[in-house]
Ligand binder design. Structure first.
Ligand code: NDP
Length: 269
């Protein structure tokens, strides 16, 4: 792919506009969440990384350097979320920025989808966003400043076959974003969603494996099929999502709220 899609060396935003801000990133151990954590840290924020894999969290926080923490948290489990946010706030003070990124994907034909499939996706992607948001929103509101960014998906804006539970969860996240943004409009708290198209992470790697298993295509053909959804003919890179998330967190982005921004090379217009 041509140079025009390469990551600029300095990132898109410079300086340390988020210095003094405490940001929680869920699902921060891998993929998009890890990229977001690094980008917000580069912009000066103190990060609390959350995820379920204790060992990976420990190594990620070491990579990020001093001034950052990691706390284990299963966003689908409200008591785990309560414990994790209490620990994060005790350690680093109130949360100014919440990135609801933790999520899972799985596909199944609708007529074969069972309760376990439906519930695990809704509990993680939609209920997880609710669980985490309610731990920080009241204090943001009282403080008169806050940034909440939900990592939804193009599947929150349009349908795709075989992912009814995933699309329902992400449409739910977009709905929550729109409603809370209006409710919060006069409080100094903005609430937005980003909606990536197929992005080059483990989720896509798993989807490629599924396509290979179901159709006998090669890995290259399977990746090309996913890239074909994007008019730019490529997979979105995690850093591109992270830069958009960071921009939404800037003090100067105060007027941008209730938006669900597609990061998908023109797939959704
Ligand atoms: P990855 O699978 O690479 O990473 C997912 C992250 O979420 C991991 O850190 C994982 O950590 C964490 N996670 C999963 N379940 C939970 C849970 N119950 N509690 C806490 N953490 C959890 O996925 P991506 O980076 O691709 O996905 C990130 C977000 O972006 C998701 O919400 C996804 O739906 C969304 N998205 C992804 C797209 C893509 O094509 N990749 C496209 C559009 C949206 P661990 O398992 O260690 O807990």
């Amino acid at each position: 792919m041509s140079d025009i899609f390469e990551k600029p060396e300095t990132g898109l935003i410079g300086g340390a506009p988020l210095r003094g801000r405490h940001a929680v990133v869920t699902g921060a151990t891998r993929g998009i969440g890890w990229e977001i954590a690094q980008t917000l840290a580069r912009l000066g924020a103190t990060i609390t990384l959350m995820g379920r894999d204790e060992a990976l969290l420990a190594s990620r926080v070491q990579e990020l350097g001093e001034n950052h923490d990691a706390v284990t948290c299963d966003v689908a489990d409200d008591s785990s979320v309560h414990k994790a946010f209490t620990a994060a706030i005790d350690a680093r003070g109130p949360v100014h920025i919440l990135i609801n990124n933790a999520g899972i994907g799985a596909s199944a034909p609708f007529h074969r989808m069972d309760d376990a499939h439906w519930n695990s996706i809704i509990n993680t992607n939609l209920n997880g966003t609710f669980h985490c948001t309610r731990r920080v929103y009241p204090a943001m509101r009282d403080a008169g400043w806050g940034r909440i960014v939900n990592v939804a998906s193009t599947a929150g804006l349009k349908g795709y076959g075989y992912i009814a539970a995933y699309a329902a969860s992400k449409h739910g996240v977009v709905g929550l974003t729109r409603a809370l943004a209006i409710e919060a409009a006069k409080t100094g708290v903005t609430v937005n969603a980003v909606c990536p198209g197929y992005t080059d992470t483990d989720i896509v790697a798993n989807t490629v494996e599924t396509i290979i298993g179901k159709t006998g295509r090669t890995a290259e053909e399977a990746r090309a099929e996913l890239a074909h959804h994007n008019p730019q003919g490529r997979l979105v890179q995690p850093w591109e999502v992270a830069e958009t998330v960071a921009w939404l967190c800037l003090p100067a982005s105060a007027s941008i709220t209730g938006q669900s921004i597609a990061i998908a090379g023109g797939e959704v217009t």
